[in-house]
Design a protein around this ligand. Structure first.
Ligand SMILES: [Zn+2]
Length: 193
């Protein structure tokens, strides 16, 4: 699938929405990305998992790890495509950890994946956890890299799609000044806030 095909699939599935959104940071934006929507149809998850696995086809990988929740389904689809083991890391008492008996063997080559990377906080925590467990991080991959204007990541990530999403303080939001109703994404009712 081409970059444009992946982009239109992201839009068709409702994983990429345009409108006027209240972000969890309190800022406003004209775009919202919710990759969970992609995985509603397992065939779409497989398409993105296969495409991301292809980015790492020249890389030796033993295990694919994703952070809960966003990375679990993607790690599964990437791992299935690569034919490799899949684990997920989850936050316990505020700290990213392996639970449920998941572990990395010393020297294992680990690919870390996440659906949306913004600041990269979660993937970097998972990468650190992998290193502490004795594994080698051989790559970091994402479906979407959501860049904030003017912010550079201090690690490398292979991404299928890259967005630069503008956000605005509520008192200087151009969408507010046009009187466009704002939506809080992910709210149960989906009603405007
Ligand atoms: Zn606004």
């Amino acid at each position: 699938m081409s970059h444009n095909d992946l982009l239109s699939l992201l839009s068709q599935t409702g994983a990429w929405c345009k409108g006027h959104f209240l972000l969890s940071s309190g800022r406003h934006s004209d775009q919202y990305i919710q990759c969970a929507r992609l995985f509603e149809n397992p065939l779409h998850g497989e398409i993105f998992g296969t495409a991301l696995a292809r980015e790492f086809q020249n890389c030796v990988v033993d295990v694919v790890v994703g952070p809960a929740l966003g990375g679990i389904l993607l790690a599964y689809d990437v791992g299935r495509s690569l034919g490799k083991r899949v684990l997920f890391a989850e936050r316990a008492d505020g700290k990213m950890s392996f639970r449920r008996g998941f572990c990395i063997k010393p020297g294992e080559k680990v690919l870390v994946v996440e659906d949306v990377v913004t600041t990269g906080g979660s993937v970097q925590e998972v990468a650190e956890l992998v290193r502490q467990s004795g594994g080698n991080v051989v790559g970091i991959g994402s479906i979407v890299l959501r860049r904030s204007p003017g912010v550079d990541l201090d690690f490398s990530v292979k991404t299928l799609l890259e967005f630069e999403v503008p956000s605005y303080a509520p008192d200087s939001c151009p969408l507010c000044s046009q009187g466009i109703p704002i939506t809080k994404p992910g709210s149960r009712t989906g009603k405007t806030a």
